[in-house]
Design a protein around this ligand. Structure first.
Ligand code: NAD
Ligand code: DAU
Length: 367
């Protein structure tokens, strides 16, 4: 898997416009070709929908390996769009990546292994995809001066947990799960490449997203679909852990703002200032569905469970972005989406061996 040695002399000098820190002109996606990695996943597919809706002349190449979390059903409605191309491939494959980089002017890098509980069971793929995969993309960026920007999608989990106050972009990273450790490695590697080689990289660190097309092993879709099936809802610990819930459409708009106005070499937190305890999210879900609270079952906690994430997003707000989806309305719409799209999640929960084997192994003492 390690890339072959290449002649460093082949690397062309970055054009001045590439690394310019104080770029005054807004970037635009219009008329550009964009590589989206991991576009068949939850946020990636929502982002592809967002770009195709808001930009008439942007071409998207979606590079996705289709792991258990990648799902072409998420993109059913854009399959015939001439502005959209799907390539099944691995971000760790440097030849595939190099070829695609020749064709694009921008990259938004979502591809990753993303589920904390799976990383606790086995961290191997997380290191290989999240760290090494990011390295392969950064090397391609280094060798392709025609790529004008690279958005590295990191996570708020890289900061670790805090009981009070808010994390700012300059705070030290202190990740506490194998997933967030891998993401922190990738985050700092992206930063190092931007400093060392003057590459046009911007990092974003979103908080917990929710919305349509989220794989039903994650908290909100798992609880909604389990409640619809009348199954018990496995709430870790006392249910008092806090997450800052960000609607996926607000996240996609934030990434758009960062592409337009973000400063190269900088990181931007993306959060909705919407902290809710897990127990309260669970109660809202059952209320929304008219189900009994007795479905909620307290189960043994996640190892090393981060208590709370909270972000200071002043830097992003200065670019002009603010969240638009209020949690109560966003959660109701999300619950409704899963209720109306049973075909989408039943296919995964009932037919996917990867869903079942993980669920049976991880929850065997938590049912
Ligand atoms: P997801 O698990 O739903 O999707 C990940 C996608 O990446 C899948 O389509 C999968 O097939 C693809 N993929 C995995 N390994 C690959 C590889 N080696 N090559 C090519 N494709 C590969 O993830 P998500 O929730 O949409 O998260 C997207 C990104 O956003 C990730 O980088 C994640 O760390 C970050 N993030 C997620 C959240 C959240 O709440 N979901 C919050 C903050 C940051
Ligand atoms: O904060 C951003 C991160 O949010 C992303 O980087 C990750 O990719 C994404 O998966 C998410 O991580 P979390 O661990 O916060 O999300 P998850 O949906 O797994 O869990 C949310 C909370 O709900 C967390 O406190 C654990 C709890 N939980 C989760 C599951 C799956 C339960 O109580 N029971 C469950 O069965």
């Amino acid at each position: 898997m390690a890339p072959k040695k290449e002649n460093p002399g082949k690397i062309k000098k970055a054009p001045a416009s590439r690394s310019g820190k104080n770029r005054l002109q807004e970037r635009s996606l219009e008329g550009k070709t964009l590589l989206v990695t991991g576009g068949a996943g939850f946020i990636g597919s929502n982002y592809i929908h967002y770009v195709l809706k808001h930009y008439k002349n942007t071409i998207i190449i979606n590079l996705d390996k289709l792991t258990y979390a990648g799902n072409l059903d998420n993109l059913k409605d854009v399959g015939g769009d001439p502005r959209y191309e799907f390539i099944r491939g691995d971000i760790r494959d440097k030849d595939v990546v190099a070829e695609i980089f020749q064709r694009v002017q921008g990259v938004v890098h979502f591809a990753a292994d993303t589920h904390v509980d799976r990383s606790i069971m086995d961290a191997g793929e997380f290191v290989l995809t999240d760290v090494f995969g990011t390295f392969v993309l950064l090397e391609a960026l280094r060798r392709t001066p025609t790529v004008e920007f690279f958005i590295h999608v990191s996570t708020d989990e890289v900061y670790g947990s805090r009981d009070k106050g808010f994390f700012s972009e300059d705070d030290p990273l202190n990740p506490s799960s194998p997933y967030s450790g891998s993401k922190a490695g990738a985050d700092r590697l992206a930063y190092a490449y931007s400093v060392t080689y003057g590459l046009p990289i911007i990092i974003v660190r979103p908080s917990n997203n929710y919305g349509a097309y989220q794989y039903p092993e994650k908290f909100i879709p798992l609880f909604v679909t389990h409640a619809l099936e009348g199954k018990s809802l496995p709430l870790y610990g006392k249910g008092t852990n806090v997450r800052d819930w960000l609607h996926v459409e607000d996240n996609c708009r934030a990434i758009d703002f960062v592409i337009k106005r973000g400063i190269v070499g900088e990181a931007y937190n993306i959060g909705a200032n919407n902290e809710v305890r897990n127990i309260d999210v669970a109660k809202r879900i059952v209320n929304e569905l008219g189900k009994s609270r007795d479905l909620i079952r307290f189960v043994p906690d996640r190892l090393g469970h981060d208590r709370r994430y909270a972000l200071n997003c002043r830097k992003l707000r200065k670019l002009g972005w603010k969240p638009e989806v209020e949690f109560e309305a966003g959660l109701a719409a999300t619950v409704n989406w899963y209720a109306e799209n049973e075909w989408w999640w039943r296919k995964i929960k009932e037919r996917s061996a990867e869903f079942k084997s993980f669920y049976d192994a991880y929850y065997k003492d938590r049912k």
